[in-house]
Ligand binder design. Structure first.
Ligand SMILES: O=C(O)c1ccccc1N[C@@H]1O[C@H](COP(=O)(O)O)[C@@H](O)[C@H]1O
Length: 204
């Protein structure tokens, strides 16, 4: 397919899961600071992030939280990227931009998918209506970003369906949370490895 697929695994909470993601070749690892069963505090995120080699992007995930809280948590945990997954407006993105972190805009697609770059984001993430719920959304008839733009497909992906999703939607990258869990909020190193292997194979 040309450029290698960018793979983000999200909602990791333990050393074992982080090590599995690094070992399996994830490009980015997400730590959830938003309201969620996967939420962790800054101290835990900081401890886990220290296990992540420099070339892998650590991502703090937020949803409709105050700017001061977002910035405090990002700084305290030394995240390399920020994912805003709510209704954050352009001013919110503009305020974070000078911090120099990669900006990821997570969008719950209900009608048409938004265009890449409307908030000045580096990466657009298209997700199901309820983030982190493991739901596949209906992509049929939807205008997806053009090839070459940095956008991630998310929403109900798992080791069994990611290959077909990559072949059909041709995303720049993929993001997963529920599909690599054995129960809500509990990741499986085996599923992390299986997901990354299946996604990579589909993109070759
Ligand atoms: O995972 C969460 O609980 C979460 C909470 C708030 C914002 C985003 C969240 N997760 C994001 O959801 C998608 C995919 O989830 P899934 O694979 O369908 O479970 C992914 O972008 C996560 O970053």
């Amino acid at each position: 397919m040309g450029t290698p697929l960018f793979i983000k695994v999200c909602g990791l909470r333990t050393e074992q899961d982080v090590d599995a993601a690094v070992e399996a070749g994830a490009d980015a690892i997400g730590f959830v600071f938003a309201e969620s069963p996967r939420r962790i505090d800054a101290g835990t995120a900081s401890r886990l992030a220290r296990r992540v080699p420099e070339g892998i992007t650590t991502v703090g995930v937020f949803r409709n939280q105050p700017l001061t809280e977002v910035r405090e948590l990002l700084d305290a945990s030394a995240m390399r990227a920020v994912q805003l997954h709510g209704d954050e407006d352009l001013a919110f993105y503009d305020a974070l931009r000078p911090d120099g972190r990669l900006l990821i805009r997570g969008v719950s697609v209900r009608g048409d998918a938004p265009r890449h770059g409307e908030r000045g984001e580096d990466i657009l993430l298209l997700d199901a209506p309820v983030p982190g719920a493991g739901e596949v959304w209906d992509r049929s008839g939807k205008r997806l970003p053009e090839p070459g733009l940095a956008w991630l497909l998310a929403g109900g992906l798992d080791p069994g369906n990611v290959a077909e999703a990559v072949r059909a939607a041709r995303p720049w990258g993929v993001d997963v949370s529920s599909g690599i869990e054995i129960s809500r909020g509990v990741k499986s190193p085996a599923l992390i490895a299986a997901f990354i292997e299946a996604a990579r194979a589909a993109a070759e």
